[in-house]
Design a protein around this ligand. Structure first.
Ligand code: OSB
Ligand code: MG
Length: 367
């Protein structure tokens, strides 16, 4: 039985700032959950950040939903199993990242009680996952080129460039000239409209692996129009908030690739359903990232061990994000792969001395 739940929010500075079409950040604020049950402690992190820039959720909304709905329900219904948890929480509309944060902690708990690595319980089949890297918008082409060269040397198997209107085709033509053969993709983070269709047609010339989320964060229809107009595969990120949206998008022909983020879709169970559906429709998937700390990254690595995660994931080395992470393990690339931890549960151990030292909020909830 779950006796206690702890929530903390920590402030963790990024090694280098990260700029997307929705803004530049220098640090992350990460909501962490610890769940105590029968002598075992399970962990998770929420995909939310301080501000609602990627989606409408942020740490404050996640905290509100956790405190007012999810934690009381968990205690009242004596829930511990993630499948029961998802069912009993389904009355809450949206707030996928809040739901996912708790579901993931329950998965870590379940795996630890079974004495097994989480990825095995999830049906994972790999010892290493393909590592790609997402590079933010930079001030100059020289700076961007230098970073790309460094990332290629480090062994990343795909380079993803963030773009936005005014910082797109010029960057792409220049980078393609310097790196003709590399596996390259772009992520627009919803910065364009269907009126930009000619611009995306122009991008076909750059032989991109995919164009991620060109249009509005909640759009499915106009992406189908755009995909019909261009040769390059569209990959949806923001728009795919669950299984229903995934099937809508694939039925409509809005994309040919899906980026699965556990937080965005509301947990592992939903992510697995999307994975299985995509496999049945021959839609390749890959695991997206939200600049997670080591706790969130451990869950992403476990997810990416599923068989249909065939494209490079946004799962990079620890040192690409943090000079000091909050776990006892450093994720590193070897031959283009990130190794899967083999310990029980998420397989990594949080450093609570460090976590306490960077906490800006903490609260305990008792049964
Ligand atoms: O759109 O994939 C995105 C980071 C924060 C929010 C949204 C996105 C991203 C990334 C970084 O691209 C992926 C990573 O964690 O390495
Ligand atoms: Mg994205």
């Amino acid at each position: 039985m779950i006796e206690k739940i702890e929530i903390r929010i920590i402030k963790l500075p990024l090694v280098e700032h990260f700029e997307t079409s929705f803004g530049r950040i220098y640090e992350r604020e990460i909501l962490l959950i610890s769940v105590f049950s029968d002598g075992i402690i399970a962990f998770s992190e929420s995909a939310t950040d301080k501000d609602p820039l990627y989606s409408y959720e942020n740490n404050a909304t996640a905290l509100h939903i956790l405190e007012e709905y999810i934690i009381p329900l968990l205690f009242a219904d004596k829930i511990e199993d993630p499948i029961n948890f998802k069912r009993n929480c389904s009355f809450i509309k949206g707030h996928n990242m809040a739901k996912s944060a708790m579901e993931l902690a329950l998965w870590d708990l379940k795996a630890k009680k079974m004495g097994q690595p989480l990825y095995k319980i999830w049906g994972g089949v790999k010892n290493g996952v393909i590592s790609g890297v997402s590079i933010g918008i930079k001030d100059s082409l020289d700076e961007l080129n230098g970073i790309i060269e460094k990332r290629l040397e480090e062994g990343y198997q795909r380079i993803k460039l963030k773009i936005k209107p005014g910082k797109d085709t010029i960057i792409l033509s220049s980078m393609r000239k310097m790196h003709a053969g590399i596996c390259l993709s772009v992520d627009c983070n919803a910065a364009y409209g269907i009126e930009h269709a000619p611009l995306f047609k122009e991008m076909d010339a750059y032989k991109l692996l995919m164009i991620e989320q060109p249009l509005a964060h909640d759009d499915v229809y106009y992406h189908s129009v755009l995909q019909g107009d261009i040769a390059t595969d569209i990959c949806l990120d923001e728009s795919i908030t669950g299984m229903h949206k995934a099937s809508e998008a694939i039925e409509l022909g809005s994309c040919r690739v899906i980026n699965i983020k556990i937080g965005r879709v509301g947990g592992y169970i939903e992510a697995k359903e999307i994975h299985d559906y995509c496999a049945s429709r021959r839609i390749p998937v890959w695991c997206g990232g939200m600049l997670e700390s080591g706790i969130g990254r451990a869950f992403n690595v476990a997810l990416a061990t599923l068989p249909d995660f065939t494209l490079p994931n946004d799962i990079s080395e620890t040192r690409r994000y943090w000079s000091k992470d909050i776990i006892d393990h450093e994720f590193i690339i070897r031959k283009g792969l990130i190794e899967v931890p083999q310990g029980v549960g998420i397989g990594v151990i949080p450093d609570f001395d460090f976590i306490e030292s960077i906490a800006i909020y903490r609260k305990n909830y008792h049964h």
